[in-house]
Design a protein around this ligand. Structure first.
Ligand code: DGL
Length: 268
């Protein structure tokens, strides 16, 4: 069965583009509608009530675009607002579950680290799911709050001392606790992979939630027979087009975003 409706992807800002990038790689003929709540980012420092309210609005916007499924490409939304998304009229995929499965199969010493926003760490979502699959796992959780604005400002170079100092400050505890696998539990962090790998060394496996989630999206589409063989267009909506929008968006997506494909919307 062919279904030409788009895949809806949303995030608190532009970090979810790291997930969209992986979906595009695996499913090049799918249309994608992306919404980034750039006017209200970050979500990771806000209360669960506010995150849930924003999530409802983000999802309603995507539904108004007639999407066939919704991907919450945001670690914070996925860990805090899961119950909101249970009521959606279309299939829903979040970024925690599949990355946890990948982390549990990657670890050899059962010591897993989570690097995410404060709200995600406070929710304990990754840890809970890891312990369900691997009860004897030792989980080290770190909220890397300052890493989000660094990425939003385009500071990602592994050789930039400001970047490596910030990464070191947050990830030293992973080395101290001997973790061999770290889930990049915030969708902004895959672009810091090189900087994080440089600090943690090559023996630590980094789990990119975008890669795990894109595989799950592909499977869901195949299992439900809702693939599109003729698409491939990508439309981006944001709630605020800040000064550095194009630069940051291009860093996260890994390709230049055509300004014409970006529209500003007011969700309120
Ligand atoms: N995209 C968010 C996440 O994955 C990080 C940015 C924010 O705090 O809103 O958790």
């Amino acid at each position: 069965m062919n279904n030409s409706r788009a895949i809806g992807v949303f995030d608190s800002g532009l970090g979810g583009l790291t997930v969209a990038k992986e979906i595009i790689k695996l499913l090049p003929y799918e249309d994608i509608v992306y919404f980034g709540d750039t006017g209200r980012v970050p979500y990771g420092t806000k209360s669960p009530e506010t995150i849930k309210k924003y999530t409802r609005q983000d999802e309603s916007f995507l539904l108004s675009k007639n999407v066939k499924l919704i991907v919450a490409a945001c670690g914070t939304v996925s860990s805090v607002a899961g119950d909101v998304s249970k009521k959606l009229p279309v299939p829903f995929i979040e970024v925690i579950s599949h990355s946890v499965i990948d982390a549990v199969s990657a670890t050899k010493n059962k010591k897993i680290g989570i690097l995410a926003t404060a709200a995600t760490i406070k929710s304990g979502a990754h840890k809970k799911k890891i312990l369900e699959l691997l009860p004897e796992a030792e989980v080290t959780e770190v909220s890397g709050t300052l890493l989000v604005p660094l990425v939003e400002e385009g500071f990602t170079d592994k050789d930039d001392t400001m970047v490596s100092e910030a990464v070191k400050r947050y990830t030293d505890v992973f080395i101290k606790n001997g973790v061999d696998t770290v889930i990049l539990g915030c969708t902004h962090f895959p672009v810091l992979s090189d900087a994080i790998a440089k600090v943690l060394g090559e023996n630590v496996t980094l789990i990119n939630m975008g890669v795990s989630t894109a595989r799950a999206v592909k499977k869901l589409i195949e299992d439900n027979g809702i693939g599109n063989g003729n698409g491939g267009s990508h439309k981006f909506y944001v709630s605020d087009k800040g000064a550095s929008f194009s630069k940051t968006a291009s860093v996260l997506l890994g390709e230049k975003i055509d300004e014409l494909c970006v529209e500003t919307v007011d969700l309120s």
